[in-house]
Write a protein that binds this ligand. Structure first.
Ligand SMILES: NC(=O)CCC(=O)C(=O)O
Length: 276
């Protein structure tokens, strides 16, 4: 299976329309790949909080249109990264008009096969954490003859229970668009490897390059195999990271080193003991 991760640069000097056209052209150039991945919130930048509401779009808005066409033209499965979605009707935890950080996945014929609203919002009591609603559904996508993808977004990478849920739902390959800052790059690499090793799954994590809202992005998109080996890693700048991998290695690893079968579920903490 061949995947191309488009680590696009998000810089303030470029308009959203221009970046959307560039992203579509980059997707088209990946014809021949099986799966193409774009990063988190690449229209605005993950830290451009003031832009979220301004650039928010309905699920089937301009980014959807451009990406559906690009997937069709290239004939690839496309994880188009995420958009600031403005909910049109009721849905999610925050209701109509709310914003979500929503990932879109298209088939090679341009059909939207999955939308994932990011569950863990970053910022503690600021930024995305207060501006966007939280998703509440795990999403997996079967790519027939290739692999089953489990979808997560950026900060989700810090929450291993989400990935276990995706494994239970059949995921073999995690696809993680991100807008991860340079100053926590060591966490990014470590967490990508940890999620791969503990779940015996491939990790395809696609970040952004450039600097927006004063936050230098890490880049360093990374592909890790189910044994934790880094198959490919990008540099800091805009780059397309292309990698060939063997999806069958997931079942093989889980069979040869069956640690997932040793999970003990339902362990609870004991009541605290009080001495009188
Ligand atoms: N966009 C994000 O979710 C950023 C996450 C991050 O910076 C971190 O987990 O560290």
């Amino acid at each position: 299976m061949r995947a191309s991760l488009i680590q696009i640069a998000v810089d303030e000097g470029e308009s959203v329309d221009s970046r959307r056209r560039r992203a579509a052209a980059l997707v088209r150039q990946q014809a021949g790949a099986d799966l193409v991945v774009l990063p988190e919130l690449w229209t605005t930048g993950a830290f451009a909080h003031d832009e979220f509401a301004r650039q928010a779009e309905p699920l089937e808005g301009p980014t959807y249109e451009a990406m559906a066409k690009a997937a069709t033209d290239a004939g690839v499965w496309l994880h188009a990264g995420s958009i600031p979605e403005r909910a049109e009707a009721e849905g999610g935890t925050a209701g109509e008009g709310a914003l979500y950080n929503t990932s879109l996945v298209f088939s090679p014929s341009g059909d939207l096969v999955a939308a994932y609203r990011k569950i863990h919002r970053f910022g503690f009591d600021r930024g995305e954490a207060v501006l966007m609603g939280a998703g509440d559904e795990l999403v997996t996508v079967r790519l027939p003859g290739l692999t089953t993808v489990g979808v997560a977004t950026c900060y989700d990478l810090r929450f291993p229970e989400l990935f276990r849920g995706l494994v239970d739902a059949g995921a073999e390959t995690f696809v993680i668009p991100a807008g991860w800052p340079e100053r926590r790059r060591t966490h990014w690499t470590l967490l990508a490897q940890a999620r791969a090793v503990e779940n015996q799954a491939y990790v395809l994590a696609c970040g952004t390059a450039g600097t927006h809202a004063g936050v230098a992005q890490a880049g360093h998109s990374i592909v890790v195999d189910p044994w934790g080996t880094v198959l490919a890693e990008a540099g800091a700048g805009e780059e397309v990271l292309t990698v060939e991998f063997e999806p069958g290695k997931v079942a093989q690893t889980r069979e040869q080193f069956p640690a997932l079968k040793d999970r003990v579920l339902g362990v609870v903490a004991p009541e605290p003991r009080h001495r009188s």
